[in-house]
Ligand binder design. Sequence first.
Ligand code: UTP
Length: 475
Amino acid sequence: MITKKALENIKKLLKKHNQSHLLAFWEQLNTAQRQNLLAQIEELDFSKMDDLVANHIKKPAFSAIGADFAPARSYSPNPADAEQKHKYAQAGELGRELISAGKVAAFIVAGGQGTRFGFDSPKGNFPISPVKNKTLFRIFAETIAAVSEKYQTICPWYIMTSPLNYAQTKEIFSSNNYYGLRESDIFIFQQGTLPNFSFDGKILLADKDKISCSPDGHGGSLKALYQSGALEDMKKRGVEFASYFQVDNPLINIFDPLFIGLHALDEAEMSSKAVVKTEPKEKVGVFCLVDGKVTVIEYSDLPEELTEKRNPDGSLVFGLGSIAIHIIDCTFVEKLNARGFSLPLHRAIKKIPHIDEKGRPVEPAEPNGIKLESFVFDALPLASKSIILQTLRSEEFSPVKNPTGPDSAETAKEMMIARAAGWLESAGVTVPRKPGDSVDATLEIAPSFALEKDDIKAKLNQIPEIKPNDKLYLA
Ligand code: UTP
């Protein structure tokens, strides 16, 4: 029952923050719709609303780059000297021990809307593998199963969705029988949302009783882990580290003993993998040290002279690109939440469907509003320590963002084939190549066959001769 007084109070609050239009259709709503709308309004954080509108919606947030701004240090893909060789061996050993002891969980963020990609289902359900057309979710599930088998352990899998794709994702997992994993080892949960705004600072309505919202960005994962009970579940299982990855990267090496081991040996709280940027203007976040803290700076925020600056050997001074692969300590997530924290909000200008002041649906052809999101890498400076391990793009990073062209399903398939070819060749298998060196075969290596290059050597007797234009699936 909504009392007259309660309604008056809400009206006053909305008026104070210039959002009275949210109740424009009140007289047309039935009781359930009214309650529904009020519940959504109560979720909004009015204490921050005016600041948000003034400093994020009506103009881009001011981003200050610290005075003490330097390139970040990183571990190279291969050890540089004998001392480092020893450390890498020790880290690899420790990483394997931690995985075997069940202290590492897979943690995927799959709550994005994938608007650039435009696939009418959660992105994880997109079929991508070159021969068997396995979906992204299936590839990850098979990897987790193979790791569990290799290390004789159980690796739980935490899956962050959003309120917009939670039900669909649950349905996909259940109708695929959890891809052979145990349902009890998979924890699917939801992130929070933030309202969408028009350019003049008004919250958009998706319907007469519904506020238009979007997932609060992958940065929302650090709160969602805590609020959903996922973190508690990790603690109960003895999990200490979450291996964070994105749903759109089929090349991800989810359980990398070296990365996990270096993170643990160095007592870092949140660590990252990086690749060397292909060119100064490549649109990836760049690792820097800001006031001594590892920080990712968006490519657009890095001053041009620094973007272009080179070392004497020709490499870029600020050349470490962020690829959204992290190890996150569970205690770090707990600490952040226990003391209260917030990550900066970033604005994105987007096409946002909504209803207009007469209640008519609007499907904008051009960007018409602003979505706000937080980024997980903004938590890096909050960590007491953070390490970076460089890796090779061709081995671990092929994001599927666009329907065609760069970073599409097509380029990811090519990279999956190229990586499989490289692994086979490194074990002495001959792979046919076309002039120009591209692979002249369609190759797919199942995680059950090899999780890494070195697993191939033991299976050479199972690999047939590969002829030009062959299709080969190794499982
Ligand atoms: P992207 O930044 O590519 O965003 O997400 P997106 O929403 O998937 O795609 P566009 O920008 O609309 O085209 C990178 C990763 O972060 C996850 C995505 O699912 C993807 O794994 N993500 C993003 C979330 O889990 N939640 C979010 O709110 C945003």
